[in-house]
Write a protein that binds this ligand. Sequence first.
Ligand code: PEP
Ligand code: MG
Length: 588
Amino acid sequence: MDRKLVGIPASPGIVVGPVHLLRWEIPEVRHRIIPDEAIPDELRRFRSVLERAKERLHQVRERVEKSAGAEEAAIFDVQSSILEDEEMLTSVDRLIHQNLAAEKAFEIVMLEWAQRFSRASHPMIREKVGDLKDVEIRVLTLLMDLPDHDPVDLPKGSSAILVTHDLTPSLTVQLDRGAIAAIATDAGTRTSHVAILARSLGLPAIVGLRVATQQLSGRETAILDGSTGLLAINPSHQDIDAYKERARQEKLLEADLRHLSTLESVTMDGARITLRANVDLPEEAELAAKSGAEGVGLMRTEFLVVGRATMPDEDEQYRAYTRVVRAFDGQPVVIRTFDVGGDKLPVGGFPTEPNPFLGWRAIRMCLDQPELFRTQLRALLRAAVHGDVRIMLPLVVTVQEVRAARALLDQAAKELEERGVEFRRDVPLGVMIETPAAAIACDTFANEVAFFSIGTNDLVQYTLAVDRGNANLASRFTPLHPAVLKLIRRAVFTARQYKLEIAVCGEMASQPLMAFALIGLGVRQLSVAPRSVPLVKRIVRSISVEVAEEASKAAAAADTAAEAELELERRLTGALGDSALLGGGLPA
Ligand code: PEP
Ligand code: MG
């Protein structure tokens, strides 16, 4: 092989395929002056490129409509309307008449528009800056005859490894899943949403490669190993054979774990550990139900809205939630209200912010937009007729937020009653513990909610002040930091005092060593990626609570995350007598 690039393993699986480099960036445009006699041809060239760009957009729109639905495809209507805008055409023509080459003229007009849009007071208009960027890339690529990196236009079945700087959720929903077999990004960490979404989609992925897009030309073949984070460039036949063998071993191991789906999740000393699944997309529900999960511990509803031009209406949401509820056939399904914001922007019409993780996100955004929130709550109350739905609020920091949400829930119920629509009134309402404020002061919520669920991805991020999506900080994102362990212990203690259920639904629960630590800290409910259900169950069935408690006590007393990890590892390997279970190529 030519080279090895090493990143952060984000979603397991091995893929061998051509590299598809996606550089979705505005190209640099040279200042080019054309002579007077070339002006008519330049005007014609510009018009013909616009026609080709429209044609491309049309193809892309059709493909997205087929694969992702009409709502997602509507994004492209805004872009088409920019290409047809009379004011844009007149402005570009005027600059070409002043002897500027078409690409420079177009770039200048787009720059003017972007400045005008970003100063607009209405967030809907500010948000269109993203559409302008897409249009500009498409048109300049054609005008300058550059390689076409369109993210959504790959031949079907090409098993490509998509390599890109960062994959926003909106770009992800546009991807043709029939053509992309794996994802590799410069940015991101295990807990960034591209990694979470890749796991949901079952796409092998590596994130945090930092400079892969600079080092590759897009003509390479590569092996992507999502379990170890290795991207091997231009592998030899022997390399490929060796990886195919590894892929076969992984499949065998998975098959081996599959038989666990019917076995009970109980420790050697008889403690029941409830294992539920995290579901990000309604389409995953049926597969997740087969993993042996006892319900859904977290459904991330925001993936219904990211990357769309408009919000899903009540009926569409009702159908999505009902699908998940039915797949789990009476088992509990915890559905979290929209956690839009953070790295899950942009969605149709919402502004991007300078500091989105500390910004207008999750429950804050929902409470400020009661119409939008009540629509979701009505859909949830209706879906609850079909099973054991529980509603969970994200990023709560004060009890007032819980009270305000409950008032809206009551109002939503009243609206359904007035409409004469069937719904369930007594749906339990719980909160996520994912900020230090919520963890330290969870007693202030305890009398007002039915359950807690600890979101360790955000809890770690906010406690350690480490951006969960920043690849440069990945080694500093340490869930076993003493502060995090102490916060978890505190929340578990409070939940017990108030006789409330408490679960962990962050990624920490999906990793065997951390799951061991959580059980030791007193957690009896874990919600994990569907693929991790058997893996975590195997750990549960191999340990005793006594050993886990002792290990967690030692981990919490350690001064650093590294020491805590050693304490846990030593005891878990002792209990299992099989260190292979701790990682190294296993589905994480
Ligand atoms: C978390 O923060 O741990 C969590 C489960 O929510 P999300 O990853 O969607 O922010
Ligand atoms: Mg969170």
